[in-house]
Design a protein around this ligand. Structure first.
Ligand code: ADP
Length: 245
């Protein structure tokens, strides 16, 4: 990994449901290192785009490249092996298993060449990921004993342990209180500072404008703006799209 300056290239991506163009010829790129956000009002096509990127839906048209490699037709598990990490809007952890064992599963990702495959190495990597999100002291506790906000952090740790080329975060702030959101903002900044490449899908403007250097804005399935966050958020079309909510 690490060859193409653009970690993700989305070219003319479309997804139609019958006559509805949920995503309509959308193009954008995510540069290596840092946080890019895909935003837009409800129904603008964010979730559909995410589902196409993660391989859940096959697109009606267009192309997706990860690190220069065409992944458009790859099933989800191959995308994961190619380095596409993700978290889910609805947390998907094994609740009766320990936080550590959940994160070890992330470290075991096929294609993760950052770690040796023996249990001790996987566990060391999982512990480091839990330490990064601030939960290493509770590594042995079952997921069910953690607060909702902490479970989100365990999910992020699991994705981090897999050493992803690109990390997709699906509404990471959903359901968090303001203290947890503040902590998440700090964590996202530390992840960016560490050189990770992250694509956040969210409608929470505050979080996005606090952490993302670049944003792409969708409205009615179309890209209406793309670029440096502070500039994009001043564009009349973007303000109008959000006011219309
Ligand atoms: P967002 O995540 O930005 O709220 P979505 O991607 O969920 O937007 O939805 C975009 C549009 O596509 C909406 O009009 C929605 O009703 C429609 N849509 C989403 N998923 C499906 C589906 N599986 N079948 C039919 N229409 C869908």
């Amino acid at each position: 990994a690490g060859h193409s300056p653009q970690v993700l290239q989305v070219e003319g991506l479309s997804k139609h449901f019958g006559g509805l163009k949920a995503v309509d010829e959308v193009s954008f790129s995510v540069a290596r290192g840092g946080i890019h956000a895909l935003i837009g009002p409800n129904g603008s096509g964010k979730t559909t785009t995410l589902n196409v990127l993660s391989g859940l839906y096959s697109p009606t048209g267009g192309r997706v490249r990860l690190d220069g490699r065409d992944i458009t037709a790859m099933p989800p598990h191959e995308r994961a092996a190619a380095g596409l990490g993700r978290t889910f809007q609805n947390i998907r952890l094994f609740r009766s298993m320990s936080a550590l064992d959940n994160v070890v599963i992330g470290a075991e990702r096929p294609g993760n060449d950052a770690v040796a495959r023996d249990r001790a190495s996987l566990e060391a990597r999982a512990r480091a990921a839990l330490a990064f999100v601030g939960l290493e002291a509770r590594a042995g506790e079952p997921v069910s004993s953690f607060s909702y906000g902490h479970q989100r952090l365990i999910e992020i740790a699991r994705a981090l342990a897999g050493n992803p080329v690109l990390l997709l975060l699906d509404e990471p702030a959903a359901g968090l209180n303001s203290t947890e959101k503040h902590a998440l903002t700090g964590l996202l900044r530390r992840m960016a500072a560490r050189g990770l490449t992250i694509l956040i899908i969210d409608h929470d403007m505050t979080l996005v404008s606090d952490v993302a250097a670049h944003i792409t804005v969708l409205n009615f399935g179309r890209r209406i703006a793309d670029g440096v966050t502070a500039e994009v958020l001043r564009e009349p079309a973007v303000i109008e799209a959000y006011l219309g909510q």
